[in-house]
Design a protein around this ligand. Structure first.
Ligand code: 0PR
Length: 383
């Protein structure tokens, strides 16, 4: 590699060969990812702002302005009433969740983090890094956090309680009001809406019954919501929103040599700020109406899939609340493997073991028909 320069043609050939090995959303065969083909304008914005780095915000006042507008728009989407909601575009749900718990630990000076068994593994990473103590709470029959168990486990050493608005495996939504009602004053309430943040508000617009899960619940301290999932932006775009901008000071570190005017106190130094521009572009271009249509389309395909499943005698683990459908099949891992051989990328949920379909905007009814035709053959062969 380091001996002499390589001709552009050769490098491009190598890149194209690698790209051809990857799975792509456009084929409609990836039904396991929480990401999708971003909006064209988001891709364009990403390319335009490719050199921008909000790790040194003073050099990029224009990008900073886009980030602020994107965060402001997300705040309003997620129930913020005043202008005090602060936040930033980060690399994804993991960084948002880690940062939220970092702030919670520094505000409270306490250690315990209470989260449901359904929480994303980023909470375990966060506890590990922050030397916090994870307290995992079992789920109730609705696959959401058991509030009685939370009451039993909250104590004077509790820094934060976490609720999930759209669990990774099932898309279930924890009772955030219920959590707010039982946690003592001073305990930080973080909501992981990495997936649900760009789904639930639009489901509500479509007339679905969506309980409050956001800043409209007064005790909610922070929310993670990812533009790179259902927000139609490019990877890596996550967002952390916190109720009170001064809380960011608790994780602030001075860097006097940087042009840090207005810079976010963040875990990352150098930040992929093209993602901030892409997030802004996606939201600005789609508007609420655009997202409503996308979510409506995903739910339509999800119910189409559910109908197909039921015709084959397969039942869902729970009626899908969002565009994630988990089906009870015998030996899900083996079924996943056989579908993989046929070119389908589906995933497997652990709790309970089931075949997990994530119906993102790139998944079509035709795609679902193809998948279920192959699934029928796989299940028949295994009989
Ligand atoms: N919170 C929730 C509720 C999530 O579902 C995820 C990711 C995260 C936090 C962490 O987000 P980042 O991965 O952005 O840090 N959920 C998926 C997962 O880990 C992400 C994913 C995306 C998986 C694309 C596969 C894939 O192809 O399973």
């Amino acid at each position: 590699m380091w001996v002499k320069p390589t001709a552009r043609k050769t490098v491009m050939y190598e890149l194209e060969a690698a790209l051809a090995e990857d799975h792509h959303f456009s084929g409609g065969h990836v039904i396991s990812s929480m990401c999708t083909d971003p909006l064209d304008i988001a891709k364009e914005a990403h390319a335009m702002f490719i050199e921008s780095n909000l790790g040194n915000a003073g050099l990029y006042p224009g990008t900073l302005r886009l980030e602020k507008m994107a965060i402001d728009a997300m705040g309003r989407l997620l129930g913020a009433k005043d202008g005090n909601i602060a936040g930033g575009i980060v690399s994804g749900g993991t960084e948002a969740n880690i940062t939220a718990l970092w702030i919670a630990r520094n505000i409270t000076g306490k250690k315990k983090v209470i989260f449901p068994k359904s929480a994303h593994f980023s909470f375990h990473k966060a506890c590990d890094i922050l030397a916090m103590e994870p307290v995992m709470v079992p789920l109730n029959e609705n696959f959401t956090i058991d509030l009685d168990e939370v009451t039993r486990r909250v104590d004077s050493d509790t820094a934060a309680v976490v609720g999930i608005a759209g669990t990774t495996e099932l898309g279930a939504v924890d009772d955030i009001h219920g959590l707010a009602d039982i946690i003592p004053e001073g305990v930080f309430l973080h909501v992981d809406a990495a997936f649900g943040g760009f789904v639930l508000p639009f489901l509500r617009d479509l007339g679905h019954r969506v309980p409050d899960f956001d800043f409209s619940v007064e005790k909610v301290s922070s929310i993670a919501a990812d533009p790179h999932k259902m927000g139609m932006a490019t990877v890596p775009s996550g967002a952390l929103l916190v109720r009170d901008r001064k809380w960011f000071r608790t994780i602030h570190k001075d860097a006097p040599y940087l042009d840090t005017v207005g810079q976010l106190s963040a875990l990352s130094g150098t930040r992929c700020s093209a993602a901030a521009a892409a997030s802004y572009a996606a939201m600005r271009s789609l508007g609420r109406e655009g997202y409503i249509k996308i979510v409506e389309g995903c739910m339509d395909v999800t119910h189409h899939a559910l109908g197909k499943a039921r015709k084959m005698g397969l039942e869902p683990v729970m009626e899908p609340v969002m565009n994630i459908l988990c089906l009870r099949v015998p030996d899900p891992k083996a079924v996943q493997k056989s579908l993989d051989v046929k070119g389908w990328k589906v995933s497997v949920a652990q709790n309970p073991p089931s075949l997990r379909l994530v119906i993102m905007p790139h998944v079509t009814k035709d795609g679902i028909d193809g998948l279920f035709s192959d699934l029928g053959d796989v299940l028949e062969d295994r009989r």
